[in-house]
Design a protein around this ligand. Structure first.
Ligand SMILES: [Zn+2]
Length: 153
């Protein structure tokens, strides 16, 4: 971690830092978690240098903690991210998200003809984990997709 990143981490008294987010995903996470509407100080850093993944996004949220469902959702978009919980300027826990088996109402089915695109129903996907990749299967049209083409609502 370079000096600038270090200072950003230390500047937070209480809250959460999501680190090692793939680039271009940081902004999507803001809307996924409704971070743009909560009444807290949110800092987002885009295209930070990373020794681990080359370039990364980072989100710092004051007085805000992710629940288990949000952590699971994070696994879909940023499977190698790190979630650090900060209390009194110290990292009290460090979590790597793991994939849920099922995800609801977070992503849009890429199939334009899918009933979940036209009706007022929640999209739902079963997540099938293989060794190196993950497939998301829509429970309505039963098509399978990789996470790379999924759209966040
Ligand atoms: Zn579908």
């Amino acid at each position: 971690m370079d000096q600038i990143n270090k200072l950003q981490v230390e500047a937070i008294e209480q809250g959460t830092i999501i680190d090692h987010i793939p680039i271009k995903i940081g902004v999507k996470l803001l809307s996924l978690f409704n971070l743009n509407i909560i009444n807290q100080r949110i800092t987002i850093c885009l295209n930070l240098p990373s020794s681990l993944i080359g370039c990364k996004d980072l989100i710092k949220m004051e007085n805000t903690f992710l629940d288990q469902e949000q952590i699971n959702q994070l696994a879909i978009y940023a499977p190698n991210s790190t979630i650090k919980q900060i209390k009194k300027y110290k990292v009290v826990s460090k979590i790597t998200p793991s994939l849920p088996d099922f995800i609801k109402d977070v992503i849009i089915c890429p199939n334009n003809n899918c009933i979940s695109r036209s009706e007022l129903i929640f999209s739902s996907f079963i997540i099938e984990k293989n060794k190196n990749n993950q497939q998301l299967k829509c429970i309505y049209c039963e098509r399978e997709f990789t996470n790379h083409i999924m759209l966040i609502k």
